[in-house]
Design a protein around this ligand. Structure first.
Ligand SMILES: Cc1cc2nc3c(=O)[nH]c(=O)nc-3n(C[C@H](O)[C@H](O)[C@H](O)COP(=O)(O)OP(=O)(O)OC[C@H]3O[C@@H](n4cnc5c(N)ncnc54)[C@H](O)[C@@H]3O)c2cc1C
Length: 376
């Protein structure tokens, strides 16, 4: 793929009338996972994003390490975190995880993922769906198959999402410099910090990512993010924030495939959306392959991808229920559960990872996790 900085001014030549077999809108976790599945089979795939690949991160960029290996992007890892700590106003519980988290460099991960496809790439802002393609700020593009991997806004749906009414959470983080110490992903559940949500501290090599997420999009997160940075001796510098969905949406609407945050694939409760963007991106890419190679019609491909996506609704519904419950649990009871009910937390963690199992990406390589969670 040819690479250049995002085109500006007179360099933004018209793309009007360009055609492809598949147009993938969005070149982040979901869009690049779709493109990876379509690679090496002679299909004409066009990816469009308003920015150059990897130019703007909107995430703390921590994912389960087995997923990063399964996607072949482990070279982007900045720090592996085998432990996780939960802090409430009444205490702290630390666990050795059956699988570790790894924080990674967004630009590097996107580059490694992008190297695994043979699609064309153009920088363009996608404005809306048309009868046979999409309208962008560089003209109209045409394809029989269109994927919306544009994130929470669900741009190609009609109407698309607008906060604060839409089922979205919001997150903000700062990235102060760091000395690469620490071995844990630390999570705070404290109502004085954020009424309904949580805070995080993720070491990532030379920086640390400190942030706060609120399940209620009406609640502001800047003040708590600054407070958490001060508490953890970090500086509130290099801000980054975004909305993220917490309700599963349809995977296709008869015209467009939706994947990643555009389909509400970010997991409620944890707000973890990277591995699910990979997981559903792979599923979507496999379905598109069936269609482009003539084994299914467009309608059949949409139908079976949609069915696959909605077959996860029980897990998403359960996580959404817990997301609603968490702010209502008395803090002392929550602390007790975290510290003393080990079989429950162990079962919860292994259930959680199984929801988008890394083996899905890895063909014959086995990434199943058998180890128990260890309180330490
Ligand atoms: C502060 C914060 C921290 C988070 N931390 C984590 C974390 O540590 N781990 C985790 O798993 N999840 C995390 N998440 C959630 C995670 O970031 C998302 O679920 C994930 O990014 C979804 O991936 P995606 O590819 O669907 O969408 P995105 O990553 O949002 O990518 C959308 C792409 O579409 C492009 N785009 C958008 N609109 C247009 C347009 N109109 N035209 C052209 N291009 C467009 C964007 O440039 C972008 O490249 C976090 C979210 C926030 C807000």
């Amino acid at each position: 793929m040819t690479r250049r900085a995002t085109l500006r001014g007179a360099e933004r030549t018209s793309l009007d009338g360009e055609t492809a077999d598949v147009i993938i809108c969005g070149a982040s976790f979901a869009g690049l996972a779709v493109a990876r599945e379509l690679s090496g089979r002679g299909h004409d795939v066009l990816i469009v994003d308003r920015y150059e690949v990897g130019e703007r991160a909107t995430s703390a960029c921590a994912a389960p390490t087995p997923w990063l290996h399964a996607m072949g992007v482990e070279g982007a890892i900045r720090q592996e975190l085998p432990y996780m700590r939960f802090t409430t106003p009444h205490g702290s519980a630390r666990y050795r995880l059956p699988w570790s988290w790894s924080s990674f460099d967004y630009r590097e991960l996107c580059r490694l993922l992008d190297d695994q496809n043979d699609a064309r790439f153009e920088t363009a802002k996608v404005e809306r769906r048309t009868a046979d393609g999409v309208l962008t700020d560089r003209g109209e593009l045409h394809a029989p198959l269109v994927v919306d991997a544009l994130g929470w806004k669900r741009v190609l749906a009609d109407p698309h999402y607008q906060p604060p009414e839409a089922p979205l959470s919001r997150g903000l983080e700062v990235h102060p410099p760091h000395d690469a110490s620490g071995d844990e992903l630390h999570c705070w559940i404290e109502r004085d910090l954020v009424r309904a949500g949580y805070g995080w501290h993720v070491p990532a090599g030379s920086e640390v990512r400190i942030g706060v997420g609120s399940y209620d999009p009406h609640d502001h997160v800047k003040e708590p993010t600054v407070a958490l940075a001060e508490r953890t001796a970090g500086e509130a510098v290099r801000y980054q924030g975004n909305w993220f969905p917490h309700r599963l949406r349809s995977g296709a609407d008869g015209r467009t495939f939706f994947v990643g945050d555009a389909a509400g694939h970010c997991f409620p409760l944890s707000g973890e959306g990277i591995r699910t963007a990979f997981y559903f991106g792979i599923a979507c890419g496999r379905e598109l392959r069936e269609v482009v190679e003539g084994r299914k019609t467009v309608g059949e491909g949409m139908e079976s991808y949609s069915r696959f996506s909605s077959s996860h609704r029980h897990a998403y519904g359960w996580a959404l229920f817990l997301q609603g419950l968490l702010p209502k649990i008395p803090p002392r009871a929550l602390t007790l559960v975290l510290k003393a009910f080990h079989p429950l937390t162990d079962r919860s963690f292994s259930w959680y990872l199984r929801q988008a199992d890394p083996s899905f990406a890895a063909g014959d390589r086995d990434f199943s996790v058998e180890e128990p969670l260890q309180p330490v």
